[in-house]
Design a protein around this ligand. Structure first.
Ligand code: SF4
Ligand code: SF4
Length: 345
């Protein structure tokens, strides 16, 4: 890793030059009272002081709706068409989430679509300047550090400028667009201190280690009453899944043209909290739903986030972004609240 420094004024010129270059840039911008990742077309729109975005930046690597292939009598044509792009200003918890998706989509039957999109993406992280009200990233999966990104921007206190950490050739390739100098030891120390300090400022907190949580949560699998209480107010809307940076389930549909021989295969994000997610055909007009009750679905979601995937991922499949807590009308989706309650039993 190499660290560079760029002044505030030159940072603006750097971003403008990136916008003018060929690659598209997706970055945090404001939308009414909230923030979203969107295409950046002007430096003035860039909001590196965002707290959290409504949807995670995974949408540019694993889109909510994606064409997979077209088919006709002759065969099929792949629709894999990765866009060369920069994801700019990604907070460390979303970087961790992308690492998880990289791992999961590469395992077993690797997902060519995801991997092609991922390879075409340069990811530049940014330090957290403002903290969302429901975050608990300071205490979840503390041993898991993000690693799959190309560069990281830290805004120094006092507004003198930014430290830019380069981790890969893709990250270093951006240096030519800006007037960077080597960061001084004092600037590097200041940037590290900023990242350490923010970890202690989360409004919500898990009170136990990931290992303790994984064991305890798993032991409650048969506590029917507990899960019914936790899920009692659930509307089965699936919003907690939709906003989650680590959820990766999808549904595949073949959309046939009127000729009945050609069409298009698409995939869309799916949500395990919705009633039909686990409904399967048994043939002969029969069907079964293997997670019929909302308590079963709520338990499944919390188990997935805190225990089932820990071995594969090296830590919990939740990064503590707090998006699910904010998106839940019933205010019951918060994993930190549910887990802390379970740990008290
Ligand atoms: S479960 Fe909730 S807090 Fe955890 S990563 Fe998903 S949206 Fe964020
Ligand atoms: S927990 Fe909340 S967000 Fe998730 S499905 Fe239930 S009501 Fe919807």
């Amino acid at each position: 890793m190499s660290s560079y420094f760029i002044t505030r004024a030159n940072f603006e010129k750097f971003i403008v030059k990136l916008i003018q270059a060929k690659k598209k840039i997706y970055a945090p911008v404001s939308k009414k009272q909230s923030f979203i990742f969107d295409e950046l077309t002007s430096f003035d729109d860039l909001r590196l002081d965002y707290d959290v975005t409504i949807l995670p930046p995974k949408k540019y690597i694993f889109p909510p709706r994606q064409g997979l292939l077209t088919f006709d009598k002759q065969g099929h044509n792949s629709l894999i068409a990765p866009e060369d792009k920069i994801l700019l200003g990604v907070h460390f918890y979303d970087l961790k989430a992308i690492d998880m998706l990289d791992n999961l989509f590469a395992a077993n039957n690797s997902d060519a679509n995801y991997l092609a999109n991922r390879a075409a993406t340069t990811i530049i992280g940014a330090n957290i300047q403002k903290i969302s009200k429901r975050a608990f990233w300071g205490s979840v999966g503390k041993d898991v550090r993000p690693h799959g990104y190309d560069g990281f921007i830290i805004k120094l206190d006092g507004g003198e400028g930014y430290v830019y950490e380069c981790y890969t050739d893709k990250g270093s390739a951006l240096l030519k667009s800006g007037d960077f100098s080597n960061a001084s030891p004092a600037q590097i120390a200041a940037s590290m201190d900023i990242n350490e300090r923010v970890l202690k400022q989360c409004p919500e907190k898990l009170n136990h280690s990931s290992k303790e949580i994984a064991t305890k949560v798993r032991s409650t699998f048969k506590e029917k009453q507990l899960w019914e209480e936790l899920a009692d107010d659930c509307f089965s809307c699936g919003s907690c899944n939709t906003v989650c940076p680590t959820c990766y389930c999808f549904d595949v549909q073949d959309n046939w043209n009127v000729d009945q021989v050609s069409g298009r295969r698409e995939r869309t994000w799916d949500a395990c909290m919705t009633e039909d997610f686990a409904k399967i055909s048994l043939g002969g007009g029969h069907e079964e739903n293997f997670r019929e009750s909302k308590a079963q679905r709520f338990r499944h979601r919390i188990m997935r986030k805190s225990t089932y995937l820990n071995e594969t991922l090296g830590g919990p499949a939740c990064v503590g972004c707090g998006r699910c807590s904010s998106a839940c009308t019933a205010d019951i989706a918060d994993p930190a609240k549910a887990i802390n309650r379970i740990m008290e039993l």
